[in-house]
Ligand binder design. Sequence first.
Ligand code: SF4
Length: 191
Amino acid sequence: MSAPTRRLTVKDVVDYEWCPAKLWFKYYGPRLSWRPRHYTGEERIDHDETVRIVGEALGRGMEECTIIREPLLHGITLPVTGRPDMIAYCPDTCVAVEVKTRRSPWGLAELQAGLYKTILEEQSECRNRETVALIVEDGTARRVDPDRSTIALKVRRALEVLRTRTPPEPSRPSRACRACQYRRVCPYSQE
Ligand code: SF4
């Protein structure tokens, strides 16, 4: 995979947060014969139930909202592309929804939903509407309110990682190594 010079995916930024070296290996490491299958939350949770939970969280009926499943969003000033599980375009609100079937560590779900919200704010359809990001899990929804400058900083740092010639040493011993597909080739693996 060749390294992106200007644009990342939301998953890249989440991988960076998981472990900067993991993001580096994703682009410069050996090709792995096994790659994890990517499931979206909506594949496992009933769509109508998700819409009901979102409506409850917003305190509104969803009949007037246009719902699009897994749309591809391109940031305009934020050089990131991503595909949330669902977007609801309601008359006064644009809502990005990420569905999780279990809690992810280290605030990764919050970062993911925060990235979607930041990208959504830049879409022309949402300019005059409130934007909301929701994580749906365990039958409830919680709002994510990211700090835009923190999100932009993480994206910049993730891009910087891909400009280095060697994998960056993680700043903390990573508890993530056991679940990392690069643990056999990574010099920093704790496994
Ligand atoms: S093995 Fe551990 S340190 Fe190496 S890339 Fe994976 S998570 Fe990071």
